[in-house]
Ligand binder design. Structure first.
Ligand code: AMP
Length: 406
């Protein structure tokens, strides 16, 4: 059933983000973009899985076995009717899945059919951490709701507008051609959301968006389109992160293999999961713990924080040059939205060169809310904007429904 309101048809669409051990979901009423419920099936694969649903200002959390993604999806769908969020599952008209790696195949979202499934499967070597989990999430929804169309929204798609000089690596060209080795970037759905906001709400033509969370990437955006981004072939590249190295001299791999006797795969795993803040400090990958340690005078936490800020500051500087200036710098994601301490470290590194005048009081206040944190006389406006990847997925679903493309 569809309900007509103010000339538009209203539809319920589900945005899904399936990871290897969690499945996050958000149900929207479109086109209002009203969130009807959200939550997560977490610790998938464990006897003590955690299921969370938030709706109507309430939150229900249960601990129970969630042995696979199929069970996770069952719990989500049962909860929707159990808590009266929908009367029948038929009300859901489309399920949109976040997919990290779309490789060379996808410069836009795509209907999630057998061909899309095959391509995502083929791209697994480029995203071993997420690709199969996305497919598990898709298959579990497909099994539970076989007649509901699904779409795949790719993190890499937004970055497909980069020019070759921005995405090619200087390796033998046969590797680029034969194995599709190049910069793909990630977090594109988030950068796209931030680009839209920057253009629409701030009238910005040249935007540097900083998606800084447990994974971090920056994006240079001209007239709403990506021209450069910091993540590379995989989400390991770019700036330092919670557990990831970001960019390093590639010879570190060979040298450490010689020193430690570990093979490339072991070291790759260490660079992905045991480096970044966690590796440098031995304390945590979470910047809240790092900040506590800094305040207690922990030397390694202090230097790790400076490395983190310096890498981001350097990237902002290079994007300023790449864009021929900048109108807007956006901070977003877990750290960018919530951590004044880290924003200040970054901004203090770039303010002199870029003519920024920071409103430090606003920076302290901006926690999880949209807020300008520069003063009017600043040459570039600096703003905190909470990102919303799910609403981008929901918008994509809705546009496809009204255009009859699914
Ligand atoms: P995300 O991947 O965007 O969900 O970001 C998660 C990360 O954001 C966490 O691992 C923390 O490092 C960081 N974070 C979240 N909340 C805060 C906070 N209040 N203060 C400092 N860092 C935070």
């Amino acid at each position: 059933m569809r309900i007509k309101k103010e000339g538009n048809y209203m539809y319920k669409v589900m945005a899904v983000n399936a990871g290897s051990s969690s499945l996050k979901y958000k149900l929207f009423e479109m086109p209002e973009e009203k969130v009807l419920c959200s939550g997560v099936a977490d610790r998938i694969g464990h006897e003590d899985g955690i299921f969370v649903i938030k709706y109507d200002g309430k939150k229900v959390e249960e601990t129970l076995p969630i042995l696979d993604h199929t069970r996770g999806v069952e719990l989500v769908l049962q909860a929707l009717t159990k808590y009266g969020i929908v009367k029948s599952l038929d009300e859901i008209k489309c399920v949109g899945h976040r997919v990290v790696q779309g490789g060379k195949y996808f410069s836009h979202s795509a209907e999630f059919d057998a061909d899309t499934e095959d391509k995502i499967d083929m791209l697994t070597p480029l995203d071993p951490l997420h690709a199969q989990a996305h497919l598990l999430g898709y298959r579990a929804f497909k099994a539970a709701m076989p007649n509901v169309p699904a779409i795949a929204v790719f993190d890499t798609a937004f970055h497909q507008t980069m020019e070759p000089e921005d995405y090619l690596y200087p390796i033998p060209f046969e590797y680029t051609e034969k194995y599709d080795v190049r910069r793909y970037g990630a977090h594109g759905t988030s950068h796209n959301y931030l680009a839209n906001k920057g253009v629409k709400d701030y009238g910005a033509k040249r935007i540097i968006s900083c998606h800084i969370g447990s994974g971090s990437s920056l994006c240079a955006i001209a007239d709403g389109k990506c021209v450069a981004t910091s993540m590379g072939l995989t989400p390991l590249g770019g700036v330092m992160m919670g557990t990831r190295t970001g960019d390093m001299d590639p010879s570190v791999m060979d040298y450490l293999a010689t020193c430690t006797g570990k093979d490339v795969h072991e070291l790759y795993n260490i660079f992905n999961k045991k480096s970044g803040f966690l590796g440098m400090t031995g304390i945590s990958n979470d910047t809240r713990d790092i900040e506590d340690a800094v305040h207690k005078g922990n030397e390694r936490a202090i230097v790790a924080s400076k490395v983190f800020a310096r890498r981001i500051a350097d990237t902002i500087g290079s994007y300023f040059v790449r864009l021929g200036g900048a109108d807007l710098i956006i901070f977003s994601a877990g750290i960018g939205e919530n951590a004044p301490y880290f924003r200040k470290l970054i901004l203090d590194d770039i303010k002199e060169a870029l003519g920024l005048v920071i409103d430090y009081e606003a920076n302290e206040k901006a926690r999880g809310i949209e807020m300008v944190i520069s003063k009017p006389e600043s040459k570039i406006k600096v703003v905190v904007i909470p990102t919303d990847e799910e609403v981008m997925i929901a918008r994509d679903c809705y546009t496809r429904i009204v255009n009859g493309r699914i």
